[in-house]
Design a protein around this ligand. Structure first.
Ligand code: ADP
Ligand code: MG
Length: 763
């Protein structure tokens, strides 16, 4: 989620050496833009910017103000409207009046005037603050006031504006702090004032000031876009755009500036994909033909269920792709529980039948381990190559994760390198140096949304096949992506969709538990858990945080308390409402071994209840689990809740999902919960989600805490711009297939550098 993304970026910024950050760029422009701010600004400022997620020159230049205030000395107070944010230069009319009796909660009322119109302003605070303010707001003195216009008793007023007082020469009265100076400069400079996302340490005035200082250093920056592209797409120059954003002149020009920056972002992405497509077209992959007596045919014959029509159709699409000599690039999207793993396994078996290897990459160790268990189980003696009782022609399945011991790892690597293991399952540990495949034919990436968008190239490149061939690639996601978005973002993939769920999937009843309004419902929730356990079922309790010292990732508007933690809640439940149940915790800070142990015992039915973080979000498959309680559900996004809920109702028992929240039912956060409770249709939820978030987040980079892929763009509302950028990218790549234009090469490098950073985060 967004906030964690920011701290990770910040941590990375601190770790990045200047040489690393600028390495690999061929043009001065991109070297400048990728310079770490630490080379340009003082340490305190750099630290404060880093905590806002801004580490490089480009980060700061593309940090758009959230809004722009109009007004300055020219403000006509008769023109302000309720809801307007304004920055006005005005005089104090008469002596401000104190009101109130409680010294802790006093009010100071003053009146401002521009000479014609009057505007009341009100301040609230303790008496000593009131005294201080009153001293500042001398009758007749001019000041700058920044705030929002509200209405009180039918009259316009401004409450609690930021202000500085000026003398007749325009100098600040009183102590001229950095912030006050910056504020006075910005408000009196031009017609508009940008208000940035800011922090206590670094108020918007200082963000603006730093942006302006860095902007000065960029004088003479060459524009990376060729003139004809700029002309054709009516784009403002890059430096001009930065200038307009940070020293705004008019709303119309700001809009053009934002358009330019968004276009660049879209173009970088589309160029990367266009070059990838061009490279792909030249690449060869092993053509894989079905074998009537092969493992796949025998697997199908012994499958304990019949494939759904969707699984069959998608399977045929994949088989057709894999029979080609160009590598498959296919995205398989399907609801949670729609049976993607079997589809992937069948494709992998086809690869093994043709003498190649298939690899399945999972985003987490828990999930990889579970895939390994499920797949060896489904394969039975088809997987037991070399062991007693194995079927003739059987293959071997191996698991490789980061926590394997050195000896085990070496053993597994040998099997992978010698083609003894036909099927390889693992985490990204598989992509590290030292892993050599004998003959890789197919790469499957599960839960693509957890990997972020740009890593696909690394996945297929990191593991090439024999004799200069490239493997076929299938990526899978349970986060449904509206088609328009898939087109623009996964522009280089074909898309298959599994819409139906296998027969026998159970209903899940979802209820939002509003605790402050209905305190008894929470007790009832725990009682429901006990009832399910008494009936032989199991339950998940999902909690946003592990310990109280950890910050909340995301705090929605209207939140009234810090979120629950695994540590505190599990203790409280053990001693309270769930006393006597077999309850364990599961979270990301446990060792891999401990996680495996707990998951294993839960899957085996030796535990009743898991109190867990979102580590259970992906893929966990325990059909006997029938109830899920999500604590402080408002802290999670729609897609994430949908994923979580997919963990129950997977067996023969209907599920119960209780979304516990302390927010008010009228808040947007509650509206999200209501949407999740209303439907289990993933596409409908994805649309609802898109209305509220950036698609980068929906696609997921941010859901797993890494930086969002899309920074300024929104895939739906900017669809036209993205289409334009796509067209421009295709033209540029056609005209420069060898990447001799260094600016274009740098744009691609920029995208790749970002994806590499994300990889680093995960290792
Ligand atoms: P997901 O698409 O969420 O990854 P899985 O592949 O994990 O779903 O499948 C969920 C469960 O459904 C697994 O236990 C799997 O064996 C089972 N399953 C898959 N296909 C079918 C089918 N056609 N009929 C019945 N069960 C199926
Ligand atoms: Mg799955």
């Amino acid at each position: 989620m967004a906030t964690r993304g920011r701290t990770e970026v910040a941590a990375r910024a601190a770790a990045l050496s200047p040489a690393q950050a600028a390495a690999g760029y061929r043009t001065e422009t991109f070297r400048e833009l990728n310079r770490p701010l630490v080379q340009l600004l003082g340490g305190e400022n750099v630290k404060a910017l880093a905590s806002l997620g801004l580490a490089t020159v480009a980060d700061l230049m593309e940090d758009l103000p959230r809004r722009y205030l109009s007004g300055t000395q020219t403000t006509d107070l008769s023109e302000v409207r309720p809801g307007d944010g304004v920055a006005v230069v005005a005089r104090v009319l008469g002596v401000p009046q104190e009101r109130g009796f409680d010294p802790k909660r006093m009010r100071l009322e003053a009146v401002l005037t521009d000479g014609r119109t009057q505007l009341p302003v009100t301040f609230f605070g303790q008496d000593r603050l009131i005294v201080y303010w009153k001293q500042q707001l001398q009758a007749g003195v001019k000041g700058i006031f920044v705030g929002k216009i509200g209405v009180f008793r039918d009259q316009l007023q401004m409450s609690h504006p930021d202000f500085v007082m000026l003398d007749e020469f325009g100098s600040i009265v009183g102590r001229a702090t950095k912030t006050k100076v910056a504020m006075a400069e910005q408000v009196t400079r031009s017609g508009l004032v940008g208000i940035y996302p800011a922090s206590k340490k670094l108020p918007t005035w200082q963000v603006a000031d730093l942006a302006s200082r860095v902007l000065d250093l960029l004088a003479g920056l060459d524009d990376p876009l060729p003139d004809d592209v700029r002309a054709r797409h009516h784009l403002m120059g890059l430096l001009e755009a930065y200038t307009e954003i940070h020293r705004p002149q008019s709303l119309e020009r700001i809009e053009q500036a934002e358009r330019r920056l968004k276009f660049d972002e879209a173009l970088r992405l589309q160029l990367t994909m266009a070059y990838r497509r061009a490279d792909q077209a030249h690449r060869r992959a092993p053509s894989i033909a079905p074998r009537p007596d092969g493992l796949l045919a025998r697997f199908d014959a012994r499958l304990p269920f019949t494939l759904t029509d969707g699984q069959r159709e998608v399977g045929a699409e994949i088989a057709a792709d894999m029979s080609q000599t160009a590598p498959m690039q296919r995205l398989l999207q399907g609801e949670v529980g729609s049976g993607k793993t079997v589809v992937a396994l069948r494709a992998m078996l086809a690869a093994v039948d043709a003498g190649h290897q298939g690899v399945l990459l999972a985003p987490t160790e828990v999930l990889a381990t579970q895939h390994y268990a499920a797949i060896t189980e489904l394969l039975g003696n088809l997987a037991g190559a070399g062991t007693l009782g194995s079927a003739p022609g059987a293959t071997e399945v191996v698991l490789l994760t980061g926590s394997a011991t050195a000896i085990r790892r070496r053993n597994t690597l040998n099997k992978i390198a010698s083609n003894q293991a036909g099927l390889v399952i693992g985490t990204h540990a598989l992509l590290q140096a030292g892993v050599t495949f004998a003959d890789l034919g197919l790469v499957v990436v599960d839960e693509q949304h957890r990997f972020g968008v740009e890593q696909r190239a690394a996945l297929s490149e990191g593991a090439s096949g024999p004799a200069g061939t490239y493997p076929h690639v299938l990526v899978m996601t349970a986060t449904p992506i509206p088609r328009s978005v898939a087109m623009t973002i996964f522009g280089d993939l074909e898309v298959s969709t599994l819409t139906e769920l296998p027969a026998g999937r159970q209903d899940v009843q979802t209820t939002v538990v509003y605790v402050p309004q209905h305190p008894a419902w929470l007790d009832r929730a725990w009682q429901r858990v006990r009832e399910e356990v008494a009936a032989g079922r199991q339950g998940f309790i999902v909690v946003p945080r592990i310990t109280a010292s950890e910050a909340d990732d995301f705090i929605p508007e209207g939140a009234v308390r810090p979120s629950a933690t695994v540590e505190e809640l599990s203790a409280a439940l053990r001693d309270g409402p769930l006393a006597g149940l077999r309850l364990e915790v599961l979270h990301g800070r446990m060792s891999a071994e401990a996680k495996r142990d707990v998951m294993g015992r839960f899957a085996a039915g030796e535990l009743d209840v898991l109190v867990a973080t979102t580590v259970v979000e992906v893929g966990v498959d325990v059909p006997n689990a029938s109830i899920m309680v999500v604590m402080d559900a408002d802290r999670f996004g729609i897609s994430q809740l949908h994923q979580l809920r997919g963990r129950i109702g997977r067996g023969e028992h209907p599920g119960v999902c209780l979304l516990v929240t302390y927010v008010d039912p009228t808040t947007p956060a509650a509206a999200r919960l209501a949407a999740v409770a209303r439907t289990r249709d993933g596409f409908e939820l994805a649309e609802a989600d898109l209305e509220q978030r950036r698609e980068g987040n929906v696609l997921g980079a941010n859901q797993s805490g890494a930086r969002s892929t899309l920074r300024l763009l929104r895939a739906i509302s900017d669809a036209d711009l993205i289409a334009e950028a796509r067209e421009a990218a295709n033209d540029l790549v056609a005209a420069d297939p060898d990447r001799s234009n260094p600016y274009l090469a740098d744009m691609v490098t920029q995208v790749e550098a970002q994806s590499n950073d994300e990889w680093l985060d995960r290792t």
